[in-house]
Design a binder for this molecule. Structure first.
Ligand SMILES: Cc1ncc(COP(=O)(O)O)c(C=O)c1O
Length: 445
């Protein structure tokens, strides 16, 4: 005999009646209230019982038959199917976030966004809308016109003499690093310590062992046995210094002697305040260095766009993988960035952001310099203050109580025993920065 179904349909619910019905039957089958083999009422009888059109019950049954919860037996009716072995996924609503004021994060990675960005973005987007997207999968290497534009810009701003054919578009530095990792021979990779945590995490997620390359003091690294060394020569992240010329030469010699690839993360080199940006390490040796650039600091981290310039054999392997996986930077994003480059927005923002960062860096130096060992800053959007561990903790906690999240230097260390604060001043307002500096100086006084 057909069972009656305990189903309640709510006409005030925004979900269609058939969807509500299917949900409830699915749940009852999943939790065993409707056992395997149970016969359901006919769609006609159920429709009459529920006061809905028959099409509603028919569609719900058809959906559940298609999903394998029910089966129709010719001439006999609709039954709970056996052997699904499936439980409907319980619907979990995320627990509401605990109430409380949001912290202002003075992070190292958040740039100042030029107020002109919104207009520039609208213009770029109009340009994208007028262009015709490629019909199929596009060239995974990136838009040819963008590679031409980037090659010219890299020559002009980073001293990198590259052919557009040497440039690959990625979805940012992390994505470029992942591509390089797939192209490397097996083996551990070195990452500066303290260093860019995402780079170490990316390597570990790719199944590589990470070897710490001490970044404080003289960097005379032995690269023997390493597949690659990930470094930030223009502006060591997070200590803030520029890799000296002799160290550059020694690093390239070590790479040459061991066969390790040097991976240059050139994240914020254009924002040098005092002199022209130091040329890229890759400009000294294109055969041993893979270069990673990003739009995250000039346009916005949400663009998710970057570029990779690497030795030919690395690019070949990256290209072959991307050909198979259809991995590529999104066409509309590349197209929009091309517009922003062509109209001069990126150059304008570098000039105005550099001035702003230089001014903010002076404020940070004046406030925090007397309290610890401040490395520069000479470039970029953060300053690193070395402190005794207890002082760093006290200042961090005081900032937190006042509504500011100021990263600790120890959070960027793996094995290194260094302490202090890394004060990002890109993504906040002048007022927020002034208030945070007052709290920090009071705590350190
Ligand atoms: C050292 C370093 N490299 C690169 C990036 C940018 O990464 P992506 O291009 O993936 O946004 C950041 C951003 O915070 C960074 O701090």
């Amino acid at each position: 005999m057909a069972r009656t179904l305990a189903v309640v349909l709510d006409r005030a619910d925004h979900r269609p009646l058939g969807v509500q019905l299917a949900d409830q039957v699915r749940r009852q089958v999943g939790d065993g209230r409707l056992p395997v083999g149970a016969r359901l009422p006919s769609s006609r009888a159920l429709a009459a019982e529920l006061g809905v059109a028959r099409a509603v019950t028919e569609r719900a049954y058809a959906q559940l038959v298609a999903e394998g919860w029910l089966e129709g037996r010719h001439g006999a009716g609709t039954f709970v199917a056996g052997g699904t072995g499936l439980e409907p996924a319980p619907r979990r609503r995320p627990a509401p976030a605990p109430a409380g004021p949001a912290l202002v994060r003075l992070g190292t990675g958040t740039p100042w966004i030029d107020p002109r960005y919104h207009d520039a973005w609208r213009r770029a987007w109009r340009d994208v809308a007028a262009a015709r997207p490629p019909d199929g999968y596009d060239d995974p290497r990136g838009l040819p016109a963008l590679r031409v534009e980037l090659a010219a810009r890299l020559a002009r701003t980073r001293g990198l003499d590259v052919d557009p054919d040497d440039v690959r578009l990625t979805s940012g530095t992390g994505d470029g690093w992942r591509h390089v990792l797939t192209a490397l021979p097996p083996g551990p990779v070195g990452v500066e310590d303290p260093g860019y945590r995402s780079a170490a995490a990316g390597a570990e997620l790719a199944g590589r062992t990470v070897v710490d390359l001490p970044a404080a003091g003289v960097a005379d690294w032995d690269l023997a046995g390493l597949a690659a060394a990930y470094v930030t020569p223009a502006h060591q992240h997070p200590l803030g210094h520029t890799m000296p010329g002799q160290t550059r030469v020694a690093l390239l010699a070590a790479a040459g002697a061991t066969g390790a690839l040097v991976v240059e993360d050139d994240y914020d080199s254009e924002f040098r305040y005092d002199v022209a940006p130091v040329p890229a390490l890759a400009s000294l040796d294109r055969e041993r260095v893979a270069y990673l650039g990003t739009a995250s600091k000039t346009v916005s981290p949400s663009m998710r766009l970057g570029w990779l310039v690497a030795p030919a054999e690395v690019l070949d392997r990256v290209d072959r993988t991307r050909e198979v996986t259809h991995d590529a930077a999104a066409w509309p994003v590349q197209r929009a960035f091309l517009s922003l480059l062509r109209e001069g927005y990126v150059d304008r923002v570098v000039r105005s952001a550099r001035r702003r960062y230089a001014r903010r860096a002076e404020l940070v130096a004046a406030a925090l310099g007397p309290h610890g060992d401040l490395g520069g800053p000479v470039a970029g959007m953060y300053a690193t203050l070395r402190l005794a561990e207890a002082d760093a903790r006290r200042a961090h906690d005081a900032a937190r109580s006042a509504g500011f999240d100021v990263p600790m230097l120890a959070d960027h260390c793996r094995g290194a025993d260094l302490h202090g604060l890394v004060v990002g001043f890109g993504g906040c307002t002048d007022e927020q920065l002034a208030a945070a500096l007052r709290v920090l100086t009071d705590a350190l006084a």
